[in-house]
Each structure stands twice: as C-alpha cells, then as structure tokens.
Design a protein around this ligand. Structure first.
Ligand SMILES: [Zn+2]
Length: 498
C-alpha cells in the first residue's frame, strides 16, 4: 500500500487564533511561584484581598434547580453522615476497550526537535463519524515560546483542522468496532522560556501533553473544549495503554511514565497520558509503601542545572505516597518518578511521572502526588470540570500538610465565590481568581462534607468506583453520597452540581 503523508498544519501555527492548553498547577501560593510569562496565569490573590466566605448554605437537600423558590428557605431534615466508613468495594478494573498507543519518540535537543510516529488502537463505545485528536503542543504558551507540532496522517483519509489544537480524522467507526490510526509528527521545541510542559533548557527537555491524544469520553463522545492560555489545562484524560520506544542523545537520562523493561523501551497500562523528562540528572532512589502490600519504586532526578538536592524530594515523595495510599486506596502502579528541571514554577502532573521546578519541595510535592489518585486514577475532563482533580488534590495536599483549617479559612474572590464548578472557559477571563476559586474553593467544598476522616473515606469510595475511568460531577457526587447523603446540597453551596 502506498503511504502518503498529508501535511496538516503548514500554516497552522502562524494562524493560531485560539487559546491553547497546558497541564499545570499553581499549587505554590507565593508570588515567586507564579508563571513568569506574558500569558495570563492562575495566581493567588494578593494577601490584602478581603476575607470572604463561600455563599451561605441553602437548607434544602434537593438540587436547587428542581426546588421551587419558596421551598429553598424551608429547613430540611438533617441527613447525618455515616458514623463510620462504609465498606469500600473492590477497585474496578480498567475498561477492556481502552485505547492502546504505540509511540516512537526521537528526542534531538541539539536540533530543537522531537520526531514521532504513533499508531493508536481505538474502540469507541458509541458510533462516530470521526476520530478526534487534540494537539496540546500547539497551545499558546508553547507556540508563544517558539514551539509547535506538525502532524501527518499515514493513510489517505480526509482530515479537518477546526482549530490549532484539534485534528479531526474523518473516519466513521461503529460502536464496538476497533480501528487503528497512524500518525507521524514533528515537534519543534520552544526556543524561549515556556514555563510549561514542553520545554528545552540546553539538553534538558520536558515532554508532556506533546503527542496527538484521543479526546474520547466513553458514554459522551468527543471532548472539544477550547484550549486555555493559562498555566492550567483543558484536556480530557482518557486511560489507555502505552508502548513507547524512546531515543535520546548519549549521556542523558530519562524519567517517564511507566516502567522501562529494556533500554529505550517503556510500557504503562491504564494511565491517562504519557510524559517524559530527559536530562543530566542527580538521582536518588527508594521504595514507598503503596498500600495493599505493594511496593513502589520511587526515583527523583534533579537536573544538574538546578541546585536542589534530590534526597529531600525522595523522602517526601515516599512519605506522601504511603500516606495517600492509606487514605485513598493503594497506589496502582509499580513506580513513581519526579524530575526537577529548570525554568518551571510549581509542578505538572502526569501518571507515574511528575515535573517540578526548582525550590518546590513544600506543598507542590504533596499536591502532585495527590494527582496520582485525582487525575491519574480518577481521570477527568479538565476543561469542563477543573474543580474535580484540582479541588480533590488540594484537599489531599492540605490533609498531608496538616493545613486543613488554614485551607478552610482562605478567602475566595467574589467573582468566583459559589462558582467552583465552572469550566475553564469561565476562568479564561478571570485568571487571577482561578486558583482560589477552583483549587481552594473546590477543596473547601469537599472539606465541608463532614469530619476529615469520613471525607477521606468518601474519596476512597470514589477511587474504588471510578478508577481508570473519566469521572464527571455526577459520578463524583454518586460516590460521595455513599458516605454523605447530603453531599449534593453541600457541594451546591459552592457551585458544584452533579
Ligand atoms: Zn494540581
């Protein structure tokens, strides 16, 4: 068969007109943690922001939208939470119809390029007339720093490019039918400071959200939420299997999602993305108690351009992994790696692999480990419902750091108060309110459910029921309600609806 490469994006980067995406966390509240770029960023409000409490609670336990107005002021009978943690069911297995990626990635820092070839096996649960990939490497923060991706199809199949971060392959697929899509791509690494998931500093390279990813939400269809220009993400995380062959220059080392079963080859199963950090690392290794009798191989690498020592990051990662494995259920994978690389403020989570910048040992380390459960295991549509992974990770961070009361007392800006459940499109024009309104307020909403040990229990219920799946607010509320029957009305006070 003749192979034809179709250039999909020759003029795309120049024609960039919409916001792009990045997965990032503004989990360090100090001003020094704020992104140092011209793009709008999610930042903490100034310490002088007047204290403001979340909206007062309604007194009904019914969804507000279904209750006659007069009824909302009537007291409702109390629905006490369970006195002790109900039995947690066995964790669900990954979906058998999850996608499988085969990736070949050739990292060439000296040329500022990464070459890629991939085939993706995809089985939709609903009929569709297209296969949609998102190209987050064309997010504004990456493009503004000089990066971007060009993608070619391996087959002669019609394609559309509705915007720079969306590639539509016009290929009908029946429900339950399996198709394999081949793509070839060239990624240009940023030449400037991206302060984001795709970057190059000398030979040190961060590659996250860098290859075309399927945007399928089982039961719903394609996720086409617009990208964001902030230090945030608008991506859908779809658990999949990965088989990756990676080529890097001699003398450099790799930390990545998955397990390396032979030199240059990595595998991972039931993970919502694949990411890698390449650099000249000072390494520290250890083992964490992952719960349920499992042992987790933990590796921390600090790039030699960074002055931090790896030891403290290793000790903290091991302690947090063990703590969250007890609170939320066993860590599901055999390894966890953390790369400290230059020119990054805060942290960026990927499954089994986290990227952090210099000086981020404190709350960032615990926050990113929390994302292994809330994003990594319980995957989400982060464009539609950013409160789920960020609010729950911020709650977990506060639990580990013993900062729950401090978290509950933090003021939320007026423009975000009672709106924790809004999508990224709402926050795009309110970047200064994003962190407090979504991260902090989302965590406050969960903390308001009841005693912290029971909240941990409710999150353990959520992880057991929604592991390896994309959970929306309805699934989250359904799980929380097993412990807190009034969870719907409590979260509604904060603007979160199932
Ligand atoms: Zn986060």
């Amino acid at each position: 068969m003749r192979r034809r490469l179709r250039n999909l994006s020759a003029a795309m980067v120049a024609a960039l007109v919409v916001a792009g995406c990045g997965r990032g966390d503004e989990s360090r509240p100090r001003p020094s943690a704020q992104p140092a770029t011209s793009a709008p960023a999610a930042v903490e409000p100034a310490p002088t922001t007047p204290a403001e409490e979340p909206a007062p609670p309604p007194t009904t336990t019914l969804p507000a939208s279904t209750v006659p107005r007069a009824a909302r002021v009537q007291p409702a009978p109390a629905q006490p939470a369970a006195a002790s943690c109900p039995a947690v069911p066995s964790r669900v297995e990954p979906r058998p119809d999850r996608p499988a990626y085969q990736l070949r990635v050739d990292v060439r820092p000296g040329e500022g390029l990464v070459g890629g070839r991939q085939s993706v096996r995809f089985t939709p649960d609903l009929a569709t007339d297209r296969v949609v990939f998102r190209l987050w490497a064309n997010a504004p923060r990456i493009v503004n720093a000089g990066g971007g991706i060009e993608v070619f199809t391996e087959d002669d199949v019609p394609v559309e490019r509705p915007d720079p971060t969306t590639l539509v392959v016009k290929k009908p697929v029946a429900a339950g039918q399996t198709v394999t899509i081949g793509l070839v791509w060239n990624l240009t690494l940023p030449t400037g400071v991206s302060n984001d998931r795709i970057s190059r500093s000398g030979d040190t390279v961060r590659l996250g959200s860098f290859f075309p990813v399927l945007a399928w939400h089982p039961g719903l269809g394609w996720a086409t939420e617009p990208a964001t220009a902030g230090f945030a993400e608008a991506s859908l995380s779809l658990p999949a299997d990965f088989d990756v062959t990676l080529t890097i220059p001699q003398g450099l080392e790799v930390l990545a999602t998955g397990v390396s079963d032979r030199p240059g080859h990595w595998v991972a199963s039931g993970v919502p993305d694949w990411a890698v950090s390449v650099g000249d690392f000072k390494l520290a290794t250890g083992t964490a108690d992952g719960g349920g009798g499992s042992r987790v191989a933990v590796t921390v690498g600090v790039d030699r351009q960074v002055g931090d020592a790896p030891g403290p990051y290793l000790e903290k990662s091991i302690a947090v992994l063990a703590d969250f494995s007890r609170r939320f259920g066993p860590y599901p994978w055999p390894s966890y790696s953390l790369a400290i690389t230059p020119r990054l403020s805060g942290g960026i989570e990927y499954p089994m692999h986290v990227m952090q910048g210099p000086g981020t040992l404190g709350r960032t380390t615990s926050h990113e480990v929390a994302h292994m459960w809330f994003y990594g295991l319980v995957a989400t549509n982060q464009g539609a419902h950013p409160w789920i992974d960020e609010g729950l990770a911020t709650y977990a961070e506060a639990r580990y750091e013993k900062a729950l009361e401090e978290l509950k007392a933090k003021p939320v800006p007026a423009e975000g108060r009672g709106r924790a459940g809004e999508p990224m499109t709402f926050w795009e024009s309110r970047p200064a309110a994003y962190y407090r309104s979504v991260y902090v307020q989302g965590a406050q909403a969960v903390a308001a459910l009841g005693p912290p040990d029971l909240v941990d229990c409710a999150l353990r219920q959520l992880v057991a029921r929604q592991a390896y799946r994309i959970a929306g607010p309805g699934e989250v509320l359904g799980a929380l309600t097993t412990v807190f029957p009034d969870a719907g009305s409590v979260l509604a006070r904060y603007g979160i609806h199932g």
